[in-house]
Design a protein around this ligand. Structure first.
Ligand code: CP
Ligand code: NVA
Length: 303
């Protein structure tokens, strides 16, 4: 079988992505029924995390355990990566021992360099540019609640960041409209905007973006690595808070999404994130099920 990586959502085509979402829903049902399914018995997943994580780390480790495999958590300060061993050498070495590698890092180019030298599947667990695993869970959550997302409208409010870029890829692949409202100077990557322009509306007005939307999504204003920009960003993002007034402009049954971790009182009010339209806990749980479906696909072990 041809080696496959998952570096961005575009590594899947529409049929594969919809199939993966259905499979994630099935795998979730199997867990709820306490049905054991262990196609990864004897397989090992290495996980390199250059940034903090709660959901991604726990969901991959739990997912591997449920599928009968094991995982190794590799913090950079405990490996030679933290002392300057080249990423390309690390990729070749790990490929001789483990069956797949998950990486969370800063530059997307670092992930690409690793993948170019790996002979086992490599999965993007977040870079400064993309967070494709998050979108698997978010699309699963939408599908479970409302069915096919095709033709729907999603409003992204806030920073044109890594999660926003993956929403752009999702709009492109799944054929829905993504309305992006950012402050000036915080727009998403221009090449992505150009490539997917038929699926996108770009504005600087959150009210315009959310009008009659089916989903309202936001994320932190200061991503990992931008901690020292926090106070400037809090100033620049004033007016981009998702509150009940903003939600009231979307459809009455619109879903509120956030990848978490959330900062209540910055990008979202407690009333919205802890309110009835919020599906953030489903999104978090679905990281587990959708990544199990991803591992099954990349390792070609579906039974
Ligand atoms: N949403 C998400 O990726 O969370 P973690 O940073 O906790 O992994
Ligand atoms: N945009 C955020 C997402 C965290 C899961 C970050 O990169 O820190």
């Amino acid at each position: 079988m041809k080696l496959r990586h998952f570096l961005t959502l575009m590594d899947l085509n529409h049929a594969e992505l919809t199939g993966l979402l259905q499979r994630a829903i099935e795998l979730k049902t199997m867990v709820k029924r306490d049905e054991h399914y262990e196609p990864l018995h004897g397989k090992v997943l290495a996980m390199i995390f250059d940034k903090s994580s709660t959901r991604t780390r726990v969901s991959f480790q739990t997912g591997m355990a449920q599928l009968g495999g094991t995982s190794l958590f590799l913090a950079p300060r405990d490996t030679h990566l933290g002392r300057g061993e080249p990423i390309e050498d690390t990729a070749r070495v790990l490929s001789r021992m483990v069956n797949a590698v998950v990486i969370r890092t800063h530059a997307h180019a670092t992930l690409e360099a690793f993948a170019a030298h790996a002979s086992v599947p490599v999965i993007n667990a977040l870079t400064d540019m993309y967070h494709p695993c998050q979108l698997l869970a978010d699309l699963q959550t939408y599908t479970e609640r409302c069915g096919d997302i095709r033709g729907r409208t999603v409003a992204w409010i806030g920073d044109g960041n890594n999660v926003c870029h993956s929403w752009i890829n999702a709009a492109h692949l799944m054929d829905f409209e993504l309305r992006i409202a950012t402050p000036r100077g915080y727009e998403p990557n221009s090449a992505l905007l150009e490539r997917s322009r038929k699926h996108l509306v770009l504005t600087h007005d959150p009210a315009e973006a959310v009008r009659d939307a089916d989903v309202v999504v936001t994320d932190t204003w200061a991503s990992m690595g931008q901690e020292n920009e926090k106070s400037r960003r809090e100033h620049d993002f004033a007016g981009f808070l998702v509150n009940q007034d903003l939600m009231a402009r979307a459809k009455a049954d619109a879903l509120f999404m956030h990848c978490l971790p959330a900062y209540r009182g910055c990008e979202v009010t407690p009333e919205v994130i802890d309110g009835p339209q919020s599906v953030v806990w489903d999104e978090a749980e679905n990281r587990l099920h959708s990544q199990k479906a991803l591992l099954e696909l990349l390792l070609n072990v579906r039974r």
